[in-house]
Design a protein around this ligand. Sequence first.
Ligand code: SDX
Length: 381
Amino acid sequence: MSTATLKSSGLEGQSAGKTAVCSVAQGDLIYRGYEIHDLAEHATFEQVAYLLLVGEKPTDSQLAEFKKELVSERALPQQVIDYLQAAGPMLKHGSAVPMDVLRTCVSILGNLDDHSQATTHQANLIKSKRLTAKIPTIIGHMQNIIDGREIVPPNAKLDHAANLLYMITGDKPTPEMARVIDVSLILYAEHDFNASTFASRVISATLSDMHGAVTGAIAALKGPLHGGANEAAMDMLREIKHDMGKGVSVENWMSKAFADKRKLMGFGHRVYKNGDHRAPILHKLGRVIAEQKGAEATEWFDIGEQVQKIMLDEKQIFPNVDFPCGMTYFVMGIPIPQYTPIFVASRITGWAAHIMEQHANNRLIRPIAEYVGPPQRRWND
Ligand code: SDX
């Protein structure tokens, strides 16, 4: 059987259903009617999380109540903390990476949740808030353990995004840094039927539970063709800079990458062919942080902008949100293996919205396949 026969279309351009959560189109990106530039400029992640989970923009009192709930749910059960400690050697050994450990923590949270088996809207909303609140703490504690330092407990005085950064680094972020990480969470929160969200819908459509669907979504997001690209994009830039140190220009590096038919991480998109609406927003914010940090930081954006120009000139391919994310998180001092877990800390809101939408009006998702295998034959021939 030739692999060419089995090459999948990847369902390119095919609608797999309806959703009221988000619209991803060449012209614009809309979350429940609000356009992404409007949200990035005027909203906070907590407001966007509420919008995705509940369906409407929160009033001041609803937002205050929601934020209070999230803060109250940030702490982790001891069983998860014990697992994180046990995972330290697995992470050190390399047999487990942070996305795997995060995925397991979500499973353990499911085992401990008194609503774990329920698929009602009320139970799902409670679980959505708990996961939204706890995933940043899992990331923070995990990084503290990797760094061999004392665990940094959540800070109730910090907003969601700032607290995430604080727990990872141990330092309270400046207002500018807090806003940039907050906007990055807004940009990452939701993107209609992307691979990980669609995985969560397929799992939910069997009437399986939210923790199971989120576990599957985390596994899907980990892949470098999807969420894992933000880490891979920064690794690629570090490889380019390393080779520049040996006299290889960006142009020559790119020519060799093209000759080797290499997939350049953080570029291209299944839907966006004229650019990812989110990328310029994050690039601009990240560059401001880099310029505050000085020449060593801005050099990453200089190299990145050269790569972008060559990709556009030679291949007519634009960067997606993962490309500026890699550079931005790097200059903010976030360890590269936590980039995709941070993507999870944001996308949990989109996944949860889709899981609730699927459970609320469900039909099993089961497409058909086109058989191209051997013609019928008899076993004893
Ligand atoms: C995310 O779906 C979403 O909404 C996802 C996401 C979200 O918010 O949920 O937006 C987040 O996952 C963004 C994408 C992150 N992935 C990467 O950055 C990995 C690198 N990108 C590529 O692997 C690719 O662009 C995909 C996977 C993103 C999309 O691939 P497609 O639609 O299957 O397109 P393709 O691989 O068939 O490429 C079409 C052509 C090919 O050229 P030919 O072989 O036909 O000559 O474009 C080329 C590809 O080689 N191409 C690239 C490229 N992306 C496409 N060439 C080099 N580098 C790339 N990155």
